[in-house]
Ligand binder design. Sequence first.
Ligand code: OSB
Ligand code: MG
Length: 371
Amino acid sequence: MAFEIERVTLRRLRMPLVHFFETSFGRTYSRDIILVEVSSGGLSGWGEVTCGENPFYNEEWTDGAWLILRDYVLPRILHHPLDSAASAGARTKHIRGHLMARGGVEAAIWDLEARRNGVPLWKQIGAGARREIPCGVSIGIQDTVDDLLVKIDTELRAGYQRIKIKIKPGWDIDTIREVRRRFPETLLMADANSAYTLADADRLAALDEFNLMMIEQPLAHDEIIDHAELQARLRTPICLDECIRSAHHAGQALRIKAGRIINIKLGRVGGFSEARAVHDVAQRHGIPVWCGGMLEAGIGRAHNIALASLVNFTLPGDVSASKRYWKRDIIRPEVEVTARGTIVLHDEPGFGYEIDHEFLDSVTVQRESFN
Ligand code: OSB
Ligand code: MG
């Protein structure tokens, strides 16, 4: 049944991380996160814009996302009849890029649609292939290898099924050798966030001996041809993250064998419709996917959990417990991980958790409603 978005509220939250998170492109101590609330017929759907505070992972950043939403996305969404959440993405297709900003709105509309139908979001997107999502953790670059080993040990004791560590030139071969010496059997992978070039192929091939599950996005954020060349020289599977922004990209990358695994991030591809399409392309190629993370607060985290219950999300993802990021999350209950290293799906309508409005208000630094 068609519906119309009558009001959109944007909120900008400021939430300090419990521990800094360092990647090859820099260190984050605190997150600035935009939440999108779309309202229609007395119901609200919620989405999270997953871009960083700086345009370093991709070109998007919080300040820019606010402006794109205000000036370009929301005018196309408000008071326009929508047949379904699946048709929402097309309303902003004329905007080049800015997929995380657009994806935050698209995801909110899916959440709204699920609530209108009284079903959990995972059901609304056609997922629910498993009741429990297998979970891994992403561990940033630390000040010392000892710090890293302690962190890995803590996460394994908590039950997480696989460990991803961030790497960059100088924090790679020797670091991974130490990790492997201490944890010979652990499912282990490394994420370079585009820190290398094809000239580093020998250095990356030296990682083959450590039996990594995969190396994530070793080369440029916008590059697939070099990844194909590198993959041909590595035994370790390459997992593509930054360079896959659409199902079309995924199809091209898999056709030229640029990687053997895809990390799907809801925001990076512009929302649930495209995430599902990327998932389907990978499945047709016999390529497994897993759900990436962007240090989300509770709402983005809950959306990731729904997404990760699609059938081809067969590998443990980067979706983990709220308490790894936040002293207190904006949802109740917080996202928790079982001793088996899984997150159990919730059955409530929409994204499946309550918003802790009092706490949300206390971390909101900017708010604007549009109607
Ligand atoms: O490349 O997967 C990435 C965080 C910010 C930006 C990029 C990435 C990440 C992570 C963290 O690896 C995943 C998470 O725990 O949310
Ligand atoms: Mg990554």
